[in-house]
Every structure is written in structure tokens, then in C-alpha cells.
Design a protein around this ligand. Structure first.
Ligand code: HEM
Ligand code: NAG
Ligand code: NAG
Length: 492
């Protein structure tokens, strides 16, 4: 009897606790609606893990521009459309400035650099990174000059392929990666350098591993996947190798540091570590240095090189667009000097083509996940602190009012009737607000200079009939990537 009594009391206490919890929850308000979640599985039944952006598009038709999904046991609020994303990332910039990491990103990057960090660490490291990248832009050799020099190496290398069809992916990765290497490590690498090639191979392998099924499942079931073999384990191991490579370079820098003359990003950071030695709470440590360096290296390589690789396959499909770009190159730059950023303002057609490439490929359709930094109210809903947010870029870049016929590649999306450049607030491939891509300026310079340098010197010849080139993307967890292809570069 006594036992039954105790059990009854226990149950009553439990129920009242539940009621109180539900009540206080409803006082704060309801989270945005969404599909039914199942224990452990979350919304996996309504979300195709191999094409999340497509599933989210379907859900937005049913639930509107703000809805909640479950990744495993984690709640994610999806923002679908220009108005809600602007309202969140710009009008409530601070509230939405947190980084919510997908389990895999969290595992790989550990949250102490710039890309996946939060709070005070993120604020200080981001401010430092932006200023330092700017300073090196004004240094002895400007970032623009570095890109022009690299473009000449790239063009020479392409010339040596002697019109043979090949996949230019690796050449583009090497060139793009060299720009970020030169900023953070102080110098570019020779294309044959063993260390450099090992590093790039690891990155390439990681890119491929990210497309594997086991890696994509990791984001849904991290705790289970931690115990299972598969390509996600190789990915984790490779990232450690990249980490030790960077640590080695940092150690070399430490030995030869001259505080009066920083050679690169690492030197500038080491000097800051030195300055803050007395401060026990400093965010500037060798640990955050190596993480930030890796973040810049990873964020700055795959994004830009894939955009170029994708751009080249699109241009192969439209020889008439290439012809118009080349006409503009010939009249503004000519054949005897390297393209520079200053040329861009006189090249509205080329500028439109570059914008259209970034819009069309929609490289990060769901953006990089954010998080809210406190309990907030948004459009009448309650969103608790630290909830992960997907401020989707796809519905903005493919908005059919702003860009009529958005699935078609058409530079006209960025041209006025009189042929001048038409800017658009919907051009958001780098996101918006406080977390906006820290390398936007660098990336846009690279894409413009590399593409114009290539088209200044070569015409693209596709290995298959133009009509048969499939420019639709392969969608991985986070990125849209081009289908494999080969191209020949014919000297002009
Ligand atoms: C075509 C090339 C690129 C694209 C499309 C791109 C796009 C993006 C996007 C969408 C984000 C997430 C923004 C957000 O959370 O709201 C991001 C973040 C970031 N990107 Fe880029 N990016 C590119 C190139 C680069 C380059 C060259 C660098 C090198 C410096 C870079 C460094 C970063 C960093 C450090 C972040 C994290 C910023 C933060 O969390 O505060 N990106 N990028
Ligand atoms: C392209 O070729 C011209 C000569 O036709 C050369 O002067 C120019 O520098 C080349 N561009 C690059 C980036 O090498
Ligand atoms: C941030 O969220 C709080 C709580 O909902 C709200 O009072 C505040 O206005 C928001 N900040 C901005 C800039 O909207």
C-alpha cells in the first residue's frame, strides 16, 4: 500500500511538473509550425537527406516562410524567402548572429576559429580577421597584384595543355588556394610543391567524402555515427592532418617572427598573441590562431574554386555569351595587360555574367547555419536561445519575381535595357548581416580576374555538343556542385 502511495505521489508530481513546464512554455509562445517529429528520427521521414534544399522547398509550400524541422533531436527554424531572411539577418542582426553548427562542422572545426565560433571569441576574431585582411590588401604587394600574378601562372599552365580536353578542377583549386596561402602563410606554392599537393589532395578528398552517404547521415545521427566506420571517419582523420600541417607552419613563423614587420596573417596574429600575453581571458592564443587559419583556408578554397569550375562549364554551354565577354575584354583591357578590378566598372556585361554565375549556381542553398543568440520573438513565434536557423539563400537567388525564369542562365538578370549593370538586393550568395562572408571582397576579385584572364587568352571548346551539357547541380548537404566535365582551351 505504502509503495502504491509513493508511486502515486511521484506520478502526480511528475504530471504537475509537466503541466507547469508546458504552461510556462506557452507563456513564452509557440515555435513556428512544422512537420511532425519522431523520437530519434526527427523529421528525417519528411526530409530527403540527399537533397535537403529540395525537401525544404516542398515544406515551405505547406508551412509558409517560417517553419520548424528536426534534425535528429535538434530543432531547426527554416527561413524561406527574401523578406524573412532580411528581417532576421539585417533587421534583427544581433539576435540572429550566432553560428549553429551542423554536427559534422562542429566535429571538424571545433568552434574556436571564426567560422563556427560564437560570442566574444567570434566577435574579436572576426574583427581582427577583417582588419588584417584589409591591411594586407594595402601591403607591399596588394591582394589584387597577388591574384594577377597567380592568373598569369594559371594561364601559362593552361597554355601547356595544348588544347587537350581535361577537367580544369585541379588547376583552379591550386590557383585559388595559392591566393589564400599567400595571405595567411606569406607566399604562394609552386604547383609542383610536394607539401602543397598533399594538402590540396586532402582537401579534395574531403570534398568528395562530404558527398558520401555516411557523411551526410552524420548530420542527422551524430552520436550513432561516431561509433560506426565510414567515410565520415576518414574525413575527421584528414582534417587532423590538415591541422598538424598548419601547426607546423605556425611553429616556423614563431621562430622567425619580427613584430615590426608582419609578413602575413599568421605573423599579425602571433603579434596579437604576444601583446595580449598578460590578459588571462584573451581570445588570441595559438589554439585560436591555428583554428582561424584552417577556417580561412577551408572557407577560401573550395567555395571560390568550385564557383570558377562551375562557371566554366556554364560558359561552355553558351559560346555566344563568351563571345560578348571577349568583345568587352578586347575593347576595355586589350590583349597586352592583365585584367584589374578597376576594369570591372567599365565592363557591365562581364560583371553581369559573373553575378549571374553566382546567382545561378546558388553554391550554398541553405546558407551556413546560424543560431539565435537569445530567446526571441519572431513574426509572433517564440524561438529559444541557441536554436539553429537556416536563413536559406536558394529562394532569394532563385526568386521568380526578381529574376524572371530563375532556372535559366541569363546575364540579362543583371542588365538594364540600355546595357548598364543592374544591381539587385537579392544578390546574396555571400549571405547578409553580421555573419556575411568574411572573404566576399577577396572572392569577387578572384572570380573576376581569373575568369577574364582565361577568356582574354582562350576560347572554350566543349568535349560534347553544347546542347548536351547538363548545367544543373549535384546537391550535397551544404553545397551545389557542377557535374564532372572536360574542356579544351583554344588560344585566341
Ligand atoms: C565564391 C566564393 C564564396 C562564397 C559563395 C562564400 C559564401 C559564404 C557564406 C554564404 C558564408 C556564411 C555567411 C553566414 O553565415 O551568413 C560564408 C562565411 C565565411 N566565408 Fe565565405 N564564401 C566565399 C569565399 C570565401 C573566401 C575566399 C574566404 C576567405 C577569406 C571566405 C571566408 C569566409 C569566412 C571566414 C566565413 C565565416 C564568417 C563568420 O562566421 O563570421 N569565404 N561564406
Ligand atoms: C593573356 O595573353 C596576353 C597576350 O595575348 C598577355 O599579355 C596577358 O598578360 C595574358 N593574360 C594573362 C593573365 O596571362
Ligand atoms: C532581439 O530580440 C528581442 C527579444 O525578442 C527584441 O526585444 C529585440 O527588439 C530584438 N532586437 C532587434 C534589433 O530587433
Amino acid at each position: 500500500m505504502e509503495l502504491l502511495g509513493t508511486v502515486t505521489i511521484f506520478l502526480l508530481v511528475c504530471i504537475s511538473c509537466l503541466l507547469v513546464a508546458t504552461w510556462s512554455r506557452s507563456q513564452k509562445g509557440k515555435m513556428p509550425p512544422g512537420p511532425t517529429a519522431f523520437p530519434i528520427l526527427g523529421s528525417v521521414l519528411q526530409l530527403n537527406p540527399w537533397n535537403i534544399p529540395e525537401s525544404l522547398k516542398e515544406l515551405s509550400k505547406k508551412y509558409g516562410p517560417v517553419f520548424t524541422i528536426h534534425l535528429g533531436s535538434e530543432k531547426v527554424v527554416v527561413l524561406y524567402g527574401y523578406d524573412v531572411v532580411k528581417e532576421a539577418l539585417i533587421d534583427q542582426a544581433d539576435n540572429f548572429s550566432g553560428r549553429g553548427s551542423l554536427p559534422l562542422l562542429k566535429k571538424l572545426l571545433q568552434g574556436t576559429g571564426i567560422l563556427t565560433s560564437n560570442g566574444e571569441t567570434w566577435k574579436q576574431i572576426r574583427r581582427f580577421t577583417l582588419t588584417t585582411l584589409r591591411d594586407f590588401g594595402m601591403g607591399k604587394k596588394s591582394i589584387e597584384e597577388r591574384i594577377q600574378e597567380e592568373a598569369r601562372f594559371l594561364v601559362e599552365r593552361i597554355r601547356n595543355t595544348k588544347e587537350r580536353p581535361f577537367n580544369p578542377g585541379n588547376y583552379l583549386v591550386h590557383a585559388v588556394s595559392n591566393i589564400i596561402c599567400s595571405v595567411i602563410f606569406g607566399d604562394r606554392f609552386d604547383y609542383e610543391d610536394k607539401k602543397f599537393l598533399t594538402l590540396i589532395d586532402l582537401l579534395e578528398e574531403n570534398n568528395n567524402l562530404q558527398n558520401s552517404k555516411s557523411t551526410q547521415l552524420y548530420n542527422f545521427f551524430p552520436t550513432v555515427m561516431d561509433y560506426l566506420p565510414g567515410s565520415h571517419q576518414k574525413l575527421i582523420e584528414n582534417t587532423e592532418t590538415v591541422n598538424s600541417f598548419v601547426l607546423e607552419i605556425i611553429a616556423e613563423h614563431q621562430k622567425t617572427l619580427d613584430p615590426t614587420c608582419p609578413r602575413d596573417f599568421i605573423d599579425a596574429f602571433l603579434y596579437k598573441v604576444e601583446q595580449e600575453k598578460g590578459n588571462a581571458h584573451s581570445e588570441f592564443t595559438t589554439e585560436t590562431l591555428s583554428r582561424t587559419t584552417i577556417d580561412l583556408f577551408l572557407a577560401g578554397t573550395g567555395t571560390t574554386s568550385t564557383t570558377l569550375r562551375y562557371g566554366i562549364t556554364i560558359l561552355q554551354k553558351y559560346p555566344e555569351i563568351v563571345e560578348k565577354v571577349q568583345k568587352e575584354i578586347d575593347s576595355v583591357i586589350g590583349r597586352d595587360r592583365s585584367p584589374s578590378v578597376a576594369d570591372r566598372s567599365q565592363m557591365p556585361y562581364t560583371d553581369a555574367v559573373v553575378h549571374e554565375i553566382q546567382r545561378f549556381i546558388d553554391f550554398l542553398p541553405i546558407n551556413v547555419p546560424h543560431a539565435v543568440t537569445k530567446d526571441i520573438k519572431f513574426r509572433g513565434y517564440f524561438i529559444p536561445k541557441d536554436t539553429m536557423i537556416f536563413p536559406m539563400l536558394h529562394p532569394i537567388l532563385h526568386d521568380n519575381k526578381e529574376f524572371p525564369n530563375p532556372e535559366k542562365f541569363d546575364p540579362g538578370h543583371f542588365l538594364n535595357a540600355d546595357g548598364t549593370f543592374k544591381r539587385s538586393d537579392y544578390f546574396m550568395p555571400f549571405s547578409a548581416g553580421k555573419r556575411i562572408c568574411a572573404g566576399e571582397g577577396l572572392a569577387r576579385m578572384e572570380i573576376f580576374i581569373f575568369l577574364t584572364a582565361i577568356l582574354q587568352n582562350f576560347t572554350l571548346k566543349s568535349a560534347v555538343d553544347c546542347k548536351d551539357i547538363d548545367i544543373s547541380p549535384v546537391t550535397t548537404t551544404l553545397a551545389n556542385i557542377p557535374r564532372p566535365y572536360e574542356v579544351s582551351f583554344l588560344p585566341r
